[in-house]
Ligand binder design. Structure first.
Ligand code: APR
Length: 236
């Protein structure tokens, strides 16, 4: 552990599951209730904008009623106390990492709490609905969409993520199924760079074989234990 200085942590829907936010591919998950093609693609938005705006309005309102859990809180504590480099790369569009106090957070799939104007390209903080086509705070045009990366669109800040993985000593993946690229490929990139890799997940993910170590269990149990190990220098 003494040689671990720079850490990259990838989180997915599983880290927010115990806060009452649905995951995507688990039993009863979002993609069982909604067709990805309809609500998470630019083509779906063009076909039926009301359905898409309604879907994200519902989710945006829901996450504002949820609270960070012990996994978010443990990662925020690590962020506060860790003297080396640390980056929490989240695929999640909720703000629970930040509400728990984490600062070194990068939202690679966007965030529910922004609206993105397709006319002037400005992203504005947003908590209310978009379905009534409110005007953009920057240019006044009624061309706002959710600031969420849809399938077929490029995730955000990929160069910054790869640069952090190149400098990392440890790559940790928490609460993600490893079903969606490019995030699902980070562990292989890290491994090929000689970075130590650890998975914390309810069950083995699709990329589990790429990890040096894989621990199974709920994030609210696994993450505080791993953070304690890491802060006390006992981690693997
Ligand atoms: N603790 C730890 N892991 C959990 C928990 C929990 N309480 N509950 C579920 N998990 C794990 C599941 O076992 C699963 O491997 O979290 C993972 C959730 O997987 P997905 O639902 O596929 O979510 P995610 O991997 O974040 O999806 C990636 O896909 O739909 C797109 O853009 C969306 O960011 C999302 C991306």
């Amino acid at each position: 552990m003494a040689d671990i200085r720079n850490i990259v942590i990838l989180t997915g829907a599983g880290v927010s599951a115990e806060s009452g936010i649905d995951t995507f591919r688990d039993a009863g998950g979002l993609w069982e209730k909604h067709r990805v093609e309809d609500v998470a693609t630019p083509e779906g938005f063009a076909r039926n904008p009301d359905m898409v705006l309604g879907f994200y309005d519902m989710r945006r309102a829901a996450i504002q009623t949820k609270q960070p859990n012990a996994a978010h809180e443990a990662l925020a504590r690590l962020d506060e106390l860790w003297g080396g480099e640390l980056l929490i790369v989240t695929q999640n569009v909720d703000d629970l990492h930040e509400r728990a106090g984490a600062r070194r957070v990068l939202h690679m799939h966007g965030t529910h709490l922004n609206a993105w104007c397709t006319a002037c390209d400005v992203r504005s903080p947003w908590t209310g609905p978009l379905i009534d086509r409110p005007p953009c705070p920057a240019c006044g045009t009624n061309a706002l969409r959710p600031d969420v990366v849809w399938f077929g669109e490029m995730p955000y800040e990929m160069e910054r993520i790869y640069a952090s993985i190149r400098r990392a000593d440890l790559f940790v993946s928490i609460g993600t199924s490893g079903a969606v690229y490019p995030a699902a490929g980070f562990v292989r990139d890290a491994r090929e760079l000689g970075v130590r890799t650890l998975e914390l997940n309810l069950e083995r993910s699709q990329g589990s074989h790429w990890f040096h170590e894989s621990r199974q269990g709920p994030a609210t149990q696994l993450v505080p234990t791993w953070v304690e190990e890491t802060l006390t220098g006992l981690g693997g």
